[in-house]
Design a protein around this ligand. Structure first.
Ligand code: AMP
Ligand code: TRP
Length: 332
């Protein structure tokens, strides 16, 4: 059986893009795999976080994951900083990865921009910690969004160089798992921008704890064009807002663009938006309710995370102990 590992940053209550692009796939993979899911609070520190908010954002992300259907009893859910094995292995990987490899990471270049001299050194070695997250469990399947593909290639380079330099086959190859029709959910206000927590307009996104009225209003106000819906996917060409709404509908209804357009093609957006809002509300209301139930009991969330961390450490500690032995560290 393949071991699955994935991580998500503690950005508070997630938005629809996180749900359709990541969390829903995590839930689906629980069937038939051993899954380890991690709220990566150490990765969050690579850019400054308000210490008053980081812990509550970590709890909010954990609550949302539980509410979406992550089964923390059959599988494992924890926060990264609670399992020191990640950082121990990351240090070894800092010494295996090459400057040139990290210099090529497009996410670093995007995030650092022109301010390279002034970003944290943690941001630069971010992918080494990500490789350690996965390889501390010798996990082989990693569900991520397309934007993380390059980081997984780097993780494989690190694993290979480690194996080569220490004449071992200790670390396995990792395969990305990139799933779903709505791999990219776009902003409700601008169909060319990704839906994101960092967009200043709350109207641009659906948050997983939005009330039904808020969802209906955001969809009613979502940007569209004046033409009716086309009869087939080719007709969505050059209509990013229409394509986005049809994509969201397809993802939630478990069909594809063609399937949605067979049913709704020719309709105006008024009627389609009503159907979409209804679908969103029926999907998200139970999740929102369950998230609030968890958030009313922060002690219960902490208990889940504590138990997850203990079980995660049981797997990771012996693996990282062995990696330390392989590089020659004395384990007296
Ligand atoms: P982030 O919070 O941006 O680091 O994203 C966490 C996870 O959600 C990653 O796996 C992303 O690929 C996914 N994700 C974030 N925003 C979107 C979006 N608008 N559409 C699809 N997936 C997304
Ligand atoms: N870098 C990932 C993201 O931004 C989050 C992450 C951290 C992760 N460690 C991981 C994803 C390990 C998969 C496996 O989405």
């Amino acid at each position: 059986m393949h071991r699955v590992f994935s991580g998500i940053q503690p950005s508070g209550v997630p938005q629809l893009g996180n749900y359709l692009g990541a969390m829903r796939n995590w839930v689906a993979l629980q069937d038939g795999h051993e899954c380890i899911y991690c709220v990566v609070d150490l990765h969050a520190l690579t850019t400054w976080q308000d210490p008053k908010q980081l812990a509550s954002q970590t709890r909010e992300m954990a609550a949302s994951l539980l509410a979406c259907g992550i089964d923390a009893k059959q599988h494992i859910l924890f926060n990264q900083s609670a399992v020191p094995a990640h950082v121990r292995l990351a240090w070894i990987f800092n010494c295996v990865a090459r400057m040139g490899w990290l210099n090529r990471m497009t996410q670093f270049k995007d995030k650092a921009g022109k301010d390279r001299e002034n970003v944290s050194t943690g941001l630069f070695v971010y992918p080494n910690l990500m490789a350690a997250d996965i390889l501390a469990y010798r996990a082989t399947r990693v569900p991520v969004g397309d934007d993380q593909r390059q980081h997984l290639e780097l993780a494989n380079d690190i694993a290979q160089k480690f194996n080569h330099d220490y004449a071992t086959e200790f670390f396995p190859a990792i395969e990305p798992v990139i799933l779903g029709v709505a791999a990219r959910v776009m902003s409700l206000r601008d169909g060319t921008k990704k839906m994101s927590k960092s967009d200043p307009s709350d109207q641009s996104r659906i948050n997983l704890t939005d009330e039904p009225e808020a969802i209906a209003l955001k969809i009613r106000r979502a940007k569209t064009d004046p033409a009716p819906l086309p009869g087939d996917p080719a007709g969505l060409e050059g209509r990013p807002e229409a394509a986005n709404l049809v994509g969201i509908y397809a993802a939630l209804a478990g069909t594809d663009l063609a399937g949605v357009l067979r049913e709704h093609g020719g309709k105006g957006f008024g009627a389609f938006k009503e159907a979409l809002a209804e679908l969103l509300i029926s999907h998200l209301s139970p999740i929102a309710e369950e998230t609030r139930r968890w958030l009313d009991d922060p002690g219960a969330i902490d208990a889940v995370l504590r138990d997850g961390a203990a079980r995660a450490a049981e797997i990771a500690d012996p693996i990282v102990d062995e990696a330390e032995r392989l590089v020659g560290l004395l384990k007296p």
